[in-house]
Write a protein that binds this ligand. Structure first.
Ligand SMILES: Nc1nc2c(c(=O)[nH]1)N[C@H]1C(S)=C(S)[C@@H](COP(=O)(O)O)O[C@H]1N2
Ligand SMILES: [Mo]
Length: 220
């Protein structure tokens, strides 16, 4: 081999190569696996910020209701007991907020959106969902995304009941879209034939909101 490097050079070169492969010293010393886990333009936080329109409704589980309406075979109005009687699921997922913070490894418990849809039975024409919350907030997304494997109607976070500032007693979590799609204090799920803009979507945010494609704002 025509290689006149000293052993020390060679060692430094190989560790540099290894650091590059691991993504070391990129985006704040996270491993490559972690760097690839963080969508573009996001930074990691350890706390959990509260973001909403400033009206935080306090809803007792006694008065709480959830409606599933629109293009479904069986429209539902569930009270808290009926909702708790649905099979409970746990999910672990990352949060990506459009305001650039991300939070890893959130442990959720509640009803998977798939299990709720199994009860309501979407009609074949159902293609989009409009979510309406107790504070008047609305947001839209495709039915297929609402029904994602890791999407959950969460009543618990990290083993504790979801606090009202984070949308308790129940909020949606759709981890593969920006967090504004994850409606807090969810009151109604309407299945629709076509896409209609919700609150932020009418105010400049993207209709879909994929963090990996940085779909923060609408193009027009
Ligand atoms: N009902 C309701 N849901 C909402 C909002 C809101 O204002 N009202 N804000 C959205 C936005 S913009 C974000 S980033 C997340 C914030 O959730 P958090 O306060 O639990 O972090 O909730 C989303 N869901
Ligand atoms: Mo947000």
């Amino acid at each position: 081999m025509n290689d006149d490097r000293t052993p020390a050079d060679s060692k430094l070169t190989s560790s540099k190569r290894r650091w590059a492969a691991e993504g070391k010293f990129l985006t704040g010393r996270v491993s490559r696996a972690e760097a690839e886990r963080l969508p573009p333009g996001q930074h990691l936080v350890r706390n959990w910020p509260v973001l909403d329109l400033g009206q935080q409704p306090v809803i007792s589980t006694d008065s709480w209701r959830l409606d599933v309406r629109g293009l479904v075979e069986t429209p539902l109005t569930l009270n808290w007991a009926a909702f708790q009687a649905i099979e409970q699921s746990t999910k672990v997922s990352d949060i990506h907020c459009v305001t650039t913070w991300s939070r890893y490894d959130n442990n959720w418990k509640g009803v998977s959106t798939r299990n709720l849809l199994d009860l309501a039975m979407p009609k074949p024409e159902a293609a989009y969902v409009m979510l309406t919350s107790y504070d008047g907030y609305t947001t839209n997304l495709p039915l297929a995304d609402f029904a994602a494997e890791d999407a959950i109607l969460a009543t618990s976070w990290e083993g504790l009941p979801l606090t009202s500032d984070h949308g308790g007693p129940m909020r949606l979590v759709v981890p593969h879209l920006y967090f504004w799609k994850s409606a807090k204090w969810l009151r109604q799920i309407e299945l629709m034939p076509a896409d209609t803009a919700g609150f932020w979507e009418r105010n400049g945010y993207h209709m879909y909101g994929d963090p990996w494609r940085e779909q923060r704002y609408s193009d027009d």
